[in-house]
Write a protein that binds this ligand. Structure first.
Ligand code: ADP
Ligand code: MG
Length: 370
């Protein structure tokens, strides 16, 4: 696996002056030809990672490899990497052709070759025939595509995209999500896409890195991250969640909301305090006596596809439910959920600790069986 990594960070830290590090001991690998998304709130270090990959800034410590080669001392223009910036950074006084051709002219390619490469790049982003248009005559979506054409015309191995869709309205944004995903598959190169929008990340990525405070909290496929959030931050950031305090009585038995429930998690200390995640769509509304938990409906909102219902249980804990059923404010209802819908998290656990705990737990399970 490591010999096919296109990008590798080894214990990379970035610190400005005496401030706390903006990236703290970050290690990861990215494989060739996949779509990666760096997801996290503003200021968590996403752009910093892109700038380090691009060679626009240097790490304070740690090693960065591209294509197996240490690049700490390799300048930006010698890396097989191109960036699409948030504001596109197009030249307003140059037309579409000249914007895309700019880098090739600097490289002093022959005129015919430039023409052919630019045409090819514009064809890739569906802008054939727009060569002579002025940038100011182009719509937001078209400017976006010019910026992408300008980046891919250099045939980079890695394309870095820093929140490229955040300036677009919702409809165009959704269209561009499809377009970018499709473009990545056609080009077959590695995309590192930055967003703070979790839905965008879930829709587009092969793999998501969730960042907070300069640390990768969790990495995985969209379904991994959605179904198995590693801690409260990830559970909160990705989708809506009911997060409750609980206590792990023993393997497969957990207590929360004043009751005990069968679950599918293990490997905790007896009576360990834990946090429980139950997704709103995993809660089913039943008559009160048939539910595992009894709640009173406080409010109901229609969200287009489903209702979002807010309830409180006898202990005053809030429960959010997504359902196509309609209820009435003030109704007493039951909530049913499967053992698999209960997701138990150790408080403050990192991804490494989680992996180590699961491994130890499984080894112990095998030993007990043998
Ligand atoms: N040149 C700089 N000097 C000092 N602090 C910086 C500099 N560049 C970025 N930072 C800080 O690093 C943190 C991460 O920034 P950034 O990577 O741009 O976040 P994101 O892209 O996730 O919003 C922020 O707190 C930001 O203020
Ligand atoms: Mg940023």
């Amino acid at each position: 696996m490591s010999n096919q990594a296109i990008i590798r960070f080894e214990k990379v830290t970035k610190q400005y002056d005496e401030d706390p590090p903006v990236l703290n001991d970050v290690s990861f690998e990215m494989e060739r030809g996949r779509f990666y998304t760096l997801l996290g709130p503003s200021g968590c270090g996403k752009t910093t990672i892109l700038r380090l990959i691009a060679g626009l800034i240097e790490p304070t410590s740690g090693k960065i490899y591209i294509d197996g080669k240490l690049v700490n001392d390799v300048p930006a223009n010698k890396r097989q990497v191109n960036t699409v910036f948030q504001d596109y950074a197009l030249f307003p006084h140059l037309n579409v052709f000249e914007n895309v051709a700019f880098g090739l002219r600097i490289k002093k390619l022959k005129k015919e070759e430039i023409k052919q490469k630019v045409r090819e790049a514009l064809r890739f982003v569906n802008l054939e025939g727009y060569e002579n248009r002025e940038i100011k005559e182009m719509s937001g979506g078209q400017r976006q595509r010019v910026a992408i054409a300008r980046a891919i015309v250099n045939e980079p191995e890695v394309l870095l995209l820093d929140e490229p869709l955040s300036a677009l309205d919702l409809k165009l944004r959704t269209e561009m999500q499809y377009e970018l995903r499709e473009l990545q598959q056609r080009l077959g190169i590695t995309f590192v896409f930055v967003t703070h929008d979790q839905e965008e990340a879930l829709a587009m990525s092969d793999e998501i890195f969730v960042l907070n405070n300069g640390v990768i909290q969790q990495r995985g496929t969209p379904t991994d991250i959605y179904d198995e959030p590693i801690n409260r931050f990830v559970a909160n950031f990705i989708g809506e969640s009911n997060i409750l305090k609980g206590r792990m009585i023993q393997d497969y038995l957990v207590e929360f909301a004043g009751k005990q429930f069968t679950c599918v998690d293990g490997g905790f200390n007896p009576n360990e305090t834990v946090e429980i995640v139950i997704r709103p769509e995993d809660l089913e509304i039943t008559p009160p006596e048939k539910g595992k938990i009894q709640v009173k409906v406080d409010s109901q909102l229609f969200r287009g596809v489903h209702y979002e219902i807010c309830c409180y249980d006898q202990q005053g804990t809030e429960w959010i439910i997504h359902t196509t059923k309609k209820v009435n404010v003030g109704d007493d209802i039951g909530l049913y959920f499967e053992p698999e819908a209960i997701h138990v998290m150790r408080i403050g656990e990192t991804e490494e600790e989680f992996d180590a705990r699961l491994e130890a737990y499984h080894e112990q399970g095998v030993a007990n069986e043998g």
